[in-house]
Design a protein around this ligand. Sequence first.
Ligand SMILES: [Zn+2]
Length: 70
Amino acid sequence: MQEVRCGQCQRKLAMAEFVRLQIKCPRCGTLNDMRALSPQPERPGASTTKVCDDASKKSPGLAGWKKPPG
Ligand SMILES: [Zn+2]
């Protein structure tokens, strides 16, 4: 939680935890557009990794395998 104060008259408006907040000061009427001071950075490694699994589709050892007569 952080203290939300008016940017104009420094009146304490609220205690809040926010990403973005718009609050109008009841004292001076200033509309305060606040943003969180320390936004959490996006986590790395969001990219999708493609797994090349082509080898398991066809096994060269079994490709020419024929059923023995019997
Ligand atoms: Zn104010």
